[in-house]
Write a protein that binds this ligand. Structure first.
Ligand code: ADP
Ligand code: MG
Length: 205
């Protein structure tokens, strides 16, 4: 049975952030303060270092410590939001991240982001890339689907969600200060959210 190793998920996420750090910063330069790449690199590197220093005792432990590292090291809005995502993932993970476990964790994580940042559909945030993924995972899990197939569909959904943020006018976070001038640029947090999903696909075995 296919499962996602949470430690590998975080490692792949950190690697993808590293590879795309300039692109994330450029997106944030257009509608924010040009720190999203650096914020995410600092946070994911701290999470990897924490897991390296002290091997996790369980999937939930790995997810929880990742969330704590993100909250503790990222000053921007994205740190507490991604941190909450991982803490909520941890809270509902009692065994491994198979299709049912991952769908449950992802949905709980997304609910944590909403609880923290109050994002609604179309606000031009990471939510717009993550929500379609939560739906696809939930549908696949309910239908008894295969995790690999679900992750292929999830990456496609995250990519479509990211693209959909371009014409949106930002209503949350720093980009909302720009009003109409935020239109025409993809949201940086939605771009890092797509990498989070791509990382899960790479970590599935
Ligand atoms: P900051 O905005 O503090 O500089 P970052 O640049 O690291 O922090 O992150 C910006 C991203 O955070 C945005 O592109 C958006 O996706 C996300 N974001 C900001 N506020 C919210 C919110 N209230 N809910 C969900 N996501 C948000
Ligand atoms: Mg920023």
């Amino acid at each position: 049975m296919t499962v996602i190793d949470p430690t590998l998920w975080i490692r792949e996420f950190a690697t993808l952030i590293d590879e795309n750090v300039d692109q994330l910063t450029e997106l944030d330069a257009a509608i924010g303060d040009a720190d999203h790449g650096g914020n995410m690199r600092r946070g994911t590197a701290a999470a990897v270092a924490a897991l390296d220093a002290n091997p996790p005792t369980s999937a939930a432990d790995a997810l929880k410590r990742t969330g704590m590292a993100l909250i503790q090291t990222v000053g921007g809005a994205s740190g507490p939001l991604y941190g909450t995502f991982f803490l909520r993932c941890a809270a509902v993970t009692d065994a491994q991240l198979d299709i049912a476990g991952f769908a449950t964790a992802f949905r709980a994580g997304l609910e944590g982001i909403v609880a923290r940042g109050k994002a609604e559909p179309g606000d031009k945030t990471m939510y717009d890339a993550l929500a379609p993924v939560a739906d696809i995972l939930y549908e696949s899990a309910t239908a008894g689907g295969d995790l690999m197939w679900a992750l292929d569909a999830a990456v496609a959904a995250a990519t479509a969600g990211l693209d959909a943020t371009k014409p949106m006018q930002a209503r949350k976070g720093r980009a909302s200060y720009l009003g109409e001038r935020s239109v025409g640029h993809a949201d940086p947090g939605a771009a890092s959210a797509r990498l989070l999903v791509l990382a899960a696909q790479r970590a599935a075995r």
